[in-house]
Design a protein around this ligand. Structure first.
Ligand SMILES: Nc1ncnc2c1ncn2[C@@H]1O[C@H](COP(=O)(O)OP(=O)(O)OP(=O)(O)O)[C@@H](O)[C@H]1O
Ligand SMILES: [Mg+2]
Length: 360
């Protein structure tokens, strides 16, 4: 038994974490608080099987997905019989509660009060303490979706109808507009963080990197998965909610041809991957505060994106181009994107998505 696990420092750490969780939970529930005992683990779903030992029993959990701090499981509420997703994050007391977890819980709780059809709803959040192992398990009960967009795109046939593509994009744009109008930047929009249901509803998920923004934007710390990262972030310049619109442009292209538009290998090559296709931005557009010099890149010529993605329709192409303007002030805002001809015609829900067969 190490001093770290059972010493005073450890006890203090655990107490601090518990206090934080209690603060996060306060004022939330009108009914009795939920606990892990209110849920049973479902064996439906996909993903790796994980054996978990509870006192006196062994339960097989089916993971819906793997997160940075834990896993996401499919669970059933034993009272209402409904399925939910349980996102369980493990935190070592010695490390304290990571900023990303605090952000995720507080953002999603703030959003849950306002409820938007394209934002993943939080049903409950509670914690369990494993004092023996010095671990705090944070449990978020979320509405359960059928797939994430990454998995979905991998498994649908190529000729996915244009109308359904638009319907998906419209919902992502509506979700983004809702976030931005509440001063929240998602900061990690990518197919893995967009969830899809059989009834074609889309939910934006994973608020681990989300941030409240003010009008004065800050110089970036590292945000957004590489392939979807806006140039101002890569250039370590000032950023705004426009970084989510850049990611949206990349995602729309990917919906059409199932391939990432800018698959950089690392940070150094990500900007090159962008400039090779969109051309090197003008001197006038280059941010003056950027730590990377424009002269460090060759004079790349701009190409029409249709060259790299022949599946884009005319309106989709224009939409993507407007989301991928280098100068963030010239980029579409989420609000204005809703009036773009690509999304403007009322797209009605046409049919239930075809069942999808996953490769196990
Ligand atoms: N409500 C849900 N319904 C169905 N699947 C889900 C749900 N929430 C999450 N998942 C699945 O679990 C994965 C990880 O969840 P999430 O993105 O919230 O975790 P994360 O810790 O932020 O992961 P990362 O930081 O690595 O993106 C998602 O990409 C998705 O495949
Ligand atoms: Mg994620």
């Amino acid at each position: 038994m190490s001093e770290n696990l059972y010493g005073e420092q450890h006890r203090n750490g655990m107490n601090r974490l518990q206090r934080m969780m209690t603060n996060l939970n306060c004022g939330r529930q009108r009914n009795a608080p939920l606990s892990i005992k209110d849920f049973e683990i479902q064996q439906v779903g996909w993903g790796p099987e994980i054996l978990v030992f509870h006192p006196g029993q062994v339960i097989i959990l089916m993971a819906l997905g793997k997160g940075a701090y834990g896993n996401v499981y499919c669970v059933r509420n034993i009272h209402d019989g409904k399925d939910y997703a349980l996102k369980q994050m493990h935190v070592a007391a010695a490390e304290g509660l990571p900023q990303s977890i605090l952000r995720e819980i507080s953002t999603i709780k703030q959003l849950a009060r306002k409820a938007h059809p394209n934002i993943l709803a939080l049903k409950s959040v509670f914690h369990q303490l494993d004092s023996e192992k010095g671990i705090l398990k944070i449990n978020m009960i979320l509405e359960r979706c059928d797939w994430d967009l990454y998995t979905f795109l991998k498994s649908i046939p190529r000729g996915f109808p244009e109308k359904q593509c638009r319907h998906m994009v419209l919902q992502i744009a509506r979700g983004l507009d809702f976030l931005h109008s509440h001063s929240i930047i998602h900061r990690d929009l990518k197919p893995q963080n967009i969830l899809v249901n059989r009834d074609q509803t889309i939910k934006i998920a994973d608020f681990g990197l989300s941030k409240e923004h003010s009008n004065t934007s800050a110089v970036t710390t590292l945000v957004v998965t590489l392939w979807y990262r806006a140039p101002e972030v890569l250039l370590q310049s000032f950023y705004s909610s426009a970084i989510d619109v850049w990611a949206l442009g990349c995602i729309v292209s990917e919906i059409y041809n199932r391939e990432p538009l800018f698959p950089g290998q690392d940070e150094a090559t990500q900007l090159t991957a962008i400039f090779e296709k969109l051309g090197l931005p003008s001197i006038k557009d280059w941010p003056s505060e950027s730590v990377i010099m424009r002269s460090s890149f060759p004079e790349f010529r701009a190409h029409c994106l249709k060259q790299f993605n022949p599946y884009l329709s005319g309106e989709a192409l224009d939409f993507v181009n407007q989301c991928l303007r280098f100068d963030q002030r010239k980029r579409l805002s989420a609000r204005v994107s809703l009036t773009h001809p690509y999304l403007r015609p009322t797209v009605t829900r046409s049919r239930i998505l075809q069942p999808i067969h996953h490769n196990k």
